[in-house]
Ligand binder design. Structure first.
Ligand SMILES: Nc1ncnc2c1ncn2[C@@H]1O[C@H](COP(=O)(O)OP(=O)(O)OP(=O)(O)O)[C@@H](O)[C@H]1O
Ligand SMILES: [Mg+2]
Length: 500
């Protein structure tokens, strides 16, 4: 055997070996039967990989599960959409699913170079055509192939691929169209649906900038939310599911629903608006929860209207008809009480929903309850750990009014502000009523006109409060007089009884 003396000789020997090997494989491929070709092909791969210093990793669009697009493929696609749009020469533009903008990605058979910690890697997008003789129409199978030198196997497989997945997921979250999910009452087609949730595109314009609230309180809430969204490692370290409960309470029209929209817009989360009264039982509640995805807010509005949860259902029968009437008047505009009787979700079912093991699947979720009557809620439901943060949304303060005037009228200051400030100290008015007053009622209405509408509303509210106070004190006085009269009658009856 001739042993090569120099590098040049070594390369020449290797080259001629590969050439003769390829020549033999071509002959076998041409003339030999299928079994021999298969056997030879297996060894060809092994011999080639011995000389070939590169490693290839393929990521297929439909790996394993043929119905569901692979998460890894989607992440690589997103990662390369940023990278390849800078350096690839052939790109394809597609309308993103549920989205109005075009998304660029590498065209088929295009190759781009990427660099990571000084290591060069190459990505190629490719596809496998379906067999022609197949009985059923089949789609082409697309995949990405990553190539890198075998000396970087460790870094690429342990660090680079993780980096690609993480970046790709982040890009997808940034680009995605957020959704508002609702659980309607089940219909007969429900069984054919893949999910129990219906969804529409979430496009609420509310932000924390437009939310009327004291700046310090607002800032505290923003910081709390941002800290939560960045605390994945912290929650993992302390062994707690990555979720946080918020209880928003306050009178109607103080911005509870608006704040939920602002939260979703701040964190870029989906919203699951859970209509508890439409949920048949605890197991349906669990199914709904399992179907929620990460980076979402699960909202249960007006939780006090679910009688079973407040323990009111049993008491209901004991109440007088007058009390019932008063209650239904209070809840005008909220339709839940009509359907309550059909829902069998129990308090313990809801508590399991909040802190049971199912709630940990998926991670990164906010659970938000809203109520007008915080005092009615069962203490078990609102204790810290379940509802971690209690936020009171109350009547409009002067600071909150300034936010609304900035948004609605583009006004930072005005001579009428002083009057508004002093009226606001004495009167309770909701931000919803302030917002309504600041809306121009005709095209001719200027800022001053809108402010005078507000002053008028404040004065009317003040009069109404005074009248209500007077009525209340008159009623109290009447009740006191009646009680005194009753006592006097009893006292008068006492000696007669004794005289018998
Ligand atoms: N704090 C606020 N900042 C800005 N706008 C507000 C605020 N509060 C209320 N509004 C305005 O009033 C309207 C009603 O508010 P929202 O629906 O958020 O009240 P709510 O507290 O959820 O009431 P309810 O208890 O009846 O559900 C909103 O569309 C919004 O325009
Ligand atoms: Mg609301």
């Amino acid at each position: 055997m001739i042993v090569p003396q120099t590098m040049t000789e070594m390369w020449a020997t290797m080259g001629s070996t590969i050439a003769s090997f390829m020549f033999i494989s071509a002959i076998i491929h041409q003339y030999c039967p299928y079994e021999v070709r298969l056997y030879f092909g297996k060894y060809t791969q092994r011999i080639m990989s011995f000389f070939y210093p590169y490693i290839k990793i393929s990521i297929h669009e439909y790996a394993g599960d043929r119905l569901k697009r692979s998460e890894a493929y989607a992440a690589v696609e997103a990662y390369l959409s940023i990278n390849s749009s800078k350096c690839a020469k052939r790109l394809k533009a597609e309308m993103a699913k549920d989205c109005s903008n075009l998304v660029l990605s590498m065209d088929e058979y295009e190759r781009v170079k990427d660099e990571f910690q000084g290591i060069q890697v190459w990505w190629v997008s490719s596809k496998v055509m379906p067999p022609l003789q197949s009985m059923y129409p089949q789609q082409e199978r697309r995949y990405y192939r990553l190539t890198f030198h075998k000396r970087y196997r460790g870094v690429i497989s342990e660090v680079y691929l993780k980096h690609v997945m993480q970046q790709g997921k982040e890009i997808r979250v940034r680009n995605r169209q957020r959704k508002l999910y609702t659980n309607g009452s089940g219909n007969k087609w429900q069984i054919y649906k893949q999910t129990m949730w219906n969804h529409i595109v979430f496009e609420h314009p509310a932000t924390f900038d437009t939310l009327a609230m004291e700046p310090a309180k607002k800032q505290e809430i923003i910081e709390d939310l941002v800290t939560f969204s960045e605390s994945k490692d912290f929650y993992a370290r302390i062994g707690k599911a990555w979720k946080r409960g918020y209880l928003l309470y306050g009178p109607p029209g103080t911005g509870k629903s608006t704040m939920i929209a602002a939260m979703a817009n701040l964190l870029n989360y989906d919203v699951y608006d859970l209509e508890l009264t439409a949920v048949k039982d605890n197991s349906e509640l669990r199914t709904l929860l399992i179907e929620t995805t990460s980076k979402s807010i699960i909202v249960i509005e007006d939780i006090d209207c679910s009688l079973e949860l407040t323990g009111q259902r049993n008491k209901k029968e004991e109440k007088s008809p007058d009390e019932d009437k008063e209650k239904s008047e209070k809840e005008t505009g909220k339709e839940h009480h009509k359907e309550e009787t059909s829902s069998k979700v129990t308090l313990s079912g809801l508590l399991n929903f909040i802190d049971g093991i199912w709630s940990a699947s998926g991670g990164e979720r906010l659970i938000v309850f809203t109520t007008n009557y915080v005092e009615k809620l069962d203490p078990a439901l609102v204790r810290r750990g379940r509802m971690d943060k209690h936020i009171e949304l109350s009547y409009c303060s002067f600071e909150a009014f300034k936010v609304l005037s900035r948004n609605y009228l583009r006004l930072e200051a005005h001579p009428l502000f002083d009057k508004i400030e002093s009226l606001m100290k004495e009167t309770k008015i909701t931000p919803a009523d302030v917002a309504e007053s600041l809306m121009p009622k005709s095209p001719l209405d200027d800022a001053e006109k809108c402010l005078s509408h507000l002053i008028q509303a404040l004065e009317e509210a003040e009069e109404a409060t005074e009248k209500a106070d007077k009525d209340a004190s008159r009623q109290n006085a009447q009740a006191a007089t009646k009680a005194a009269e009753g006592r006097a009658k009893e006292d008068a009856a006492q000696p007669q009884e004794n005289s018998h």
